[in-house]
Design a protein around this ligand. Structure first.
Ligand code: FE2
Ligand code: FE2
Length: 256
């Protein structure tokens, strides 16, 4: 047996773990939250005392991560679009499609924001997460529609020409069936007064994966201005029920 084939000692494994979980940024240590490790298939978290004893001269990061685009002191939704949303094209294409279809500004905004959950931090249940992020700042019709598109997109509505997306058959297999909580959400949504707003997200969504489409965030600045209540203190500093979500996006590697 050669040297490399030997089982790693516990302390060596602990060292490797620490290495994986942190980044040293000059005098600061940026630590990954448990979720980032769980997404790699590891239920692990960095131990504060172990990291500190390995880096006795450094403090943990408690503010902005210098590897990420800088955010202004009073960030707006537009700043998050530009600096924290990893995928803009799909959102802009959906909203552009809705705009060209002559829909109301609420529908256009709902399309523009429908996948902010995915674009910023999470896939699972992204409609619920996204709705919660925007809820304090938009009309309830918009956040309701964003939340419910999570369920509606799995169910056809021939009255508006919406079929189960071909793409989902490719992505999830022909035998995929939504979980009971999604079916129940769909049943509840069907007779709701905002049903069609959420349905319009689905209708504009399926056409919106053209990588060559020319779309501009600038086309939506006015609609955002009229329909998104930008807090004066900056998004994240306004003590709304979802302000912490925006702060976490701004500072995802803060120690606490
Ligand atoms: Fe979505
Ligand atoms: Fe989408």
């Amino acid at each position: 047996m050669n040297e490399h084939a030997k089982p790693r000692t516990l302390s060596k494994r602990a060292d490797e773990l620490e290495e994986r979980m942190m980044h040293e940024l000059g005098e600061r240590i940026a630590v990954k939250s448990t979720l980032f490790n769980i997404a790699d298939g590891k239920v692990e978290m960095a131990s504060g005392p172990a990291l500190k004893s390995a880096n006795p001269d450094k403090y943990f990061l408690m503010g902005a991560d210098p590897r990420l685009p800088k955010m202004p002191k009073k960030p707006t939704l537009i700043d998050f679009f530009k600096n924290r949303f990893a995928s803009l094209n799909h959102l802009l294409q959906s909203a552009t499609h809705a705009l060209k279809g002559g829909h109301s500004e609420k529908v256009v905004l709902a399309c523009l924001l429908h996948d902010v959950g995915v674009a910023s931090f999470i896939r699972c249940d992204h409609g619920y997460w996204g709705a919660q992020m925007i809820e304090p700042y938009v009309d309830e019709e918009v956040s309701w529609a964003v939340r419910t598109h999570q369920a509606l997109r799995f169910f056809p509505d021939p009255s508006v020409g919406y079929e189960y997306p071909e793409m989902y058959i490719k992505y999830f297999g022909a035998d995929y069936e939504p979980e009971p909580y999604i079916v129940a959400e769909y049943e509840r949504a069907r007779n709701h007064k905002y049903y069609m707003t959420s349905r319009m997200i689905c209708v504009n969504d399926v056409y919106s994966f053209d990588p060559s489409a020319k779309v501009e965030l600038n086309d939506f600045i006015d609609i955002i201005g009229r329909n998104f209540r930008q807090p004066e203190e900056g998004l994240g500093f306004d003590s709304s029920p979802s302000a912490h979500m925006w702060r976490t996006l701004m500072w995802p590697t803060r120690f606490l």
